[in-house]
Every structure is written in C-alpha cells, then in structure tokens.
Design a protein around this ligand. Sequence first.
Ligand code: AMP
Length: 283
Amino acid sequence: MDILKTKSEMQEWSKNKKKESKTICFVPTMGYLHQGHISLMEKGAPLCDELVLSIFVNPTQFGPNEDLDSYPSNIENDLSLAKKAGATAVFLPNKENIYPENYQTEIRLKYLPDHLCGKFRPVHFAGVATVVTKLFNIVMPDMAVFGQKDYQQLQIIRQLTLDLDFDIKIIAGDIIREKDGLAMSSRNAYLSKSQRASALSLWQSLNLAKELIAKGEKDSGKIKHKMETFFKTFSQTTPEYICFCDPQTLDHVDSIENQILLALAVKIGKTRLIDNALIDPSR
Ligand code: AMP
C-alpha cells in the first residue's frame, strides 16, 4: 500500500495508474476509521483495480465552536485497517498542502445545504463540497464511495458531480451500526458510559417512527412530537432537528405518502450525533 503525503505525489500516482489503464475507486474520510469506513472500502475494492483512501480532517467544514481541534486520530491504526480492507494507496495530506497561502475558491450549492445539518452548520457543506471537488481533481477516481450515514452530504456530492461534470460514479454505502443499533461514528469516541446509553435514543427513535408509519400514521408532525417526547426520557439528550423530508430534494414532507428520509441530529452532552432512515409507508 502506497502512502502519499502531497497532492502532487497523489496526482502523479493516479496518472501512472491511468497510463496502465487501471481503474481507481476513492473513499474519502477524516480518519479514526471504524467498520463504517471499512464497509465503504470493502464495497469499492472489488469494483476497481486500485482503491485510494484519503484521511484529511478538513478544517473548512468545521465551524468556529466545533470539534476540529479535538477530532480523534490514530493514523497507525488507520493504515493497518486500510491495508486489510484492500486499499492500494492512502492519501494523507496536511492542511497547508490542500489550502496553500492565498487559497481563495469555494464551491457552494444553491438549495441542498438549506436543509437539515446545513441550517445548524452554516459553513459545513461549502467546506465539504470544496474539499471533495479538490480531492476528485487530485485523486482522479473513476468512482467514489460515500456513506448514507451522512445522507445530506451524499446528496450534495451527487449533485456537485452532476453539476461540475465529473466523470465519477458515486456509490452509496449502507449505514453500519453497532450491535445495539448505534450508527458507527468517529465521534462516538467522545461519549461517556452514560452518554453512550443515551446515544441509543437516535436508533430507537427512528424505530419508533417506523412503527408508527407502519401502523398507518401519515402526519409527520404527530410522529415528530412523539419522538421529541421519547428523547425527553434520556439524560443529556437534546434533539437539534428531527426532519421528515423528500429523499431527493430534502424538502419538508407533511403527509407521508411515499418513501421519506427521516433525518435527525441530537446532542448528547456536547457531542452531536446524526442518524437517518429511509422509510417507505407501503412496506
Ligand atoms: P468521516 O470520516 O466521518 O468524514 O466519514 C467518511 C465516510 O464514511 C463518509 O462517506 C461517511 O458517510 C462514511 N461513514 C461514516 N460513518 C459511517 C457508518 N456508520 N456507516 C457507513 N458509512 C459511514
């Protein structure tokens, strides 16, 4: 497995692979890898000749009071997990290499960031869209795999790939969960034992909504109210948003007639966790 520390090394590597007619699959991450990241690599590995993982904690997608400085990291362990999962290269740039002095350009989407996390993290998706655009130009993959755990991010990447004419196939990976249902996240490392117990409320509240919809409830407002009441039974747990939306546009849905995305962000103490489910009322 090759380790590439600068964008010129990475570009050179990809150009050489292309000359050899090798196809490249790309999995971007911020590191501190868990089974969710590994599942994306395992999904991509059989589809291409080369599998590139990037580890870059992108500063521009963090707001001023967010966890950029405390974001967990364990590069040694990440490299060994990446190798096991079939990565043939790891791109490990530093922030000066990605954003040199006098860096100026930003990618912003018009509508998708107005919903869900974008409402509460105003700079987040411009940071994501910009860094992913840059990573696509640096790695030059044929396909890239993103997790449905960050559903809004996945939609934004799909849209920017289309809008900016990237010839890159975007592949979605399922949400990987702990045995008890908590969606895996590098940020789960922040949770104390009691907070870890409260964190299960995200998964359980999604299941509560699924049950209500399966019983015929169509009023998203009523379901949201029941979910809010449910969250009150957990300590240190405050929902930031609970949204029922159209899975494509992310626009709010009042009456659940077709498949919806139910997405939530919840604060457990200081840790902000997200989760979501696609729910089909006809099933
Ligand atoms: P991150 O390192 O958190 O930026 O995530 C990198 C990629 O891994 C993104 O495409 C995420 O959506 C994906 N990812 C994170 N957690 C999970 C999970 N539990 N299941 C599947 N994919 C995930």
